[in-house]
Design a protein. Sequence first.
Length: 346
Amino acid sequence: MRASRKNNFKKKPIGGAMLIKTRVSVVASLLWVGLVGTMAITSAVAQNAYPSKSIRIVVPFSAGGGTDVLGRELGQKMAKSLGVPVVVENLAGASTVIGADKVAKSPPDGYTILITTTTTFATNPHTLKSMPFSIDDFEGVSLLAQNPLVLAAPASAPYNTPKDLVEYARVNPGKLSYGTQGRGATAHFVGEMIASALGIKMTDISYKGSTPGLVDLSGGQIPLLVDGTVASLPLVKAGRIKLIGVTSSERLSAAPNVPTFVESGYPEMVADFKTAMFVPKGTPQPIIDKLNTSVKDALSDKALVDRYGQSGTMLWGSDSRETVQIFKRDCDMYGRLIERIGLKFD
């Protein structure tokens, strides 16, 4: 009997310890569930309260450029609909990489936004040796604008249409060159696309921006230039240059007499320079949806749309989930071009 009592006495502490451990485990589980629930509630409240402070739009270009101007105009309109200040910060450099990387590494809370272009996500991956981010480090908010490119020539050039240019190249082999804003720029890619589509050979000439190229073009120093519509249309209206073709799928209301390459018999020759809004990866979808709604409201301003349309820029918003895919398709398109024609970059 004594041995039996002794054994029973030893078992009780063990059972008590197990009971204590069980109770601790249950309490810990309850605390964890409560913590997770609190975090979820806090996150939901934060999203519902968004925005509660000023929003920063990072533009990876210098102040005064087209992307900067559009970003500031949209920022002003978004500030009204969102009820908080929207401030634009210019972080130019390294072919947009500095500004974009700043946003990629920012908290995914909707208070740091990127407005950038085709350069960042469609051409840089092919022209830069390395990048500290990829488009997969971002969530799309909306497409903002599309700028088709044009193939321009001096007003006195002996060709007026894409087919005229093909004939000129046949009779004058090796004499065609075209200016761009720089090797690896969107205009350079599009120039190579045009040459490939038309089946002609053209040598690219790099300039530091549109202005010097347009000066040489209007003076007859170069036979062709690939550029956007914003800088070229004023010179067309002044009679100093003319447009051979436009890379949009339909004619531009700002230049209704200029044929598209599509209608000239080159259906694959559709390309443009896009501008869009992005936020860091992981930004909650409700916040992205609020930003998307605000952007689309801003882009519904008819006066704004008409004013940009006069320079050939088409403003329109997209579904947030489509934005990244649009840029990925452009990146793939330029990648296929590089492989097809053997384009190389230092």
